[in-house]
Design a binder for this molecule. Structure first.
Ligand SMILES: Nc1nc2c(ncn2[C@@H]2O[C@H](COP(=O)(O)OP(=O)(O)OP(=O)(O)O)[C@@H](O)[C@H]2O)c(=O)[nH]1
Ligand SMILES: [Zn+2]
Length: 203
């Protein structure tokens, strides 16, 4: 688990953050970089709004996956087959251009006794989504967090996302999506389980 989160500040650890003033000044520089005038009326409050928006869009750095996944329960009448939460919509930002990634995550695991609250799976996607990401890292982080904290028989994650850095700029290919998968433990070793996961996603 440490390996997954150690690049990010832990919950409450905001000391290394620049001040509000520094953040707003940086936005003013970027406004000038666009060619606009930060002192015109319509842009006067923009640095403050952008700083607040960044806090929200990147709030995943302040949240702990272990905390979210910590609350599990066992009373499921011996249920032990796959649990799949599919079509979890998310927004993230690519770490190369800081432009949105828009997509859906499908997350499954094979329980070994304990199960997760279903909303916690979606909350986990939010935590990692609200950080600067590559799609590969996002996929692996979600799978590894569940594997490490819940210790199920296996985890499968698929992400299907559009990168606006490929659509709005650069190569400008709108509508193309990228698929990434991570399989752990029993999912990694068992092609039939992988196939069942992929079939259930499409059902
Ligand atoms: N593998 C991977 N690549 C990504 C992701 N998000 C963005 N990229 C790519 O990161 C690459 C960065 O390439 P660079 O050549 O350093 O940057 P660039 O000149 O802005 O590249 P272009 O987008 O081709 O204009 C681009 O090919 C992006 O498409 C991601 O989640 N995963
Ligand atoms: Zn990008």
């Amino acid at each position: 688990m440490d390996a997954i989160v150690k690049n990010f500040p832990a919950a409450g650890q905001t000391d290394a953050r620049p001040t509000q003033q520094e953040a707003e000044d940086a936005v003013r520089v970027l406004l000038r970089w666009t060619g606009d005038d930060p002192s015109r009326e319509g842009l006067l409050d923009t640095p403050k709004r952008v700083a607040a928006a960044y806090r929200e869009l990147f709030s995943g750095y302040e949240k702990s996956p272990e905390e979210i996944l910590g609350r599990t329960f066992e009373e499921v009448a011996g249920y032990k087959d796959m649990v799949l939460v599919r079509d979890i919509p998310f927004y993230s930002h690519c770490e190369h251009h800081m432009v949105p990634i828009i997509g859906k995550a499908h997350v499954a695991y094979l329980p070994k006794g304990r199960v997760l609250g279903l909303s916690k799976v979606a909350r986990l996607v939010e935590i990692y989504g609200r950080r600067l990401q590559t799609q590969e890292a996002l996929t692996a982080q979600i799978a590894n967090a569940i594997q490490d904290v819940l210790d199920p028989r296996g985890v499968a994650v698929m992400i299907d996302a559009e990168h606006l850095c490929m659509a709005m700029r650069g190569v400008q290919k709108q509508g193309s999506t990228t698929l990434t998968t991570t399989f752990t433990a029993e999912f990694e070793n068992n092609a039939a389980e992988q196939a069942r996961f992929l079939t259930l996603i499409r059902t």
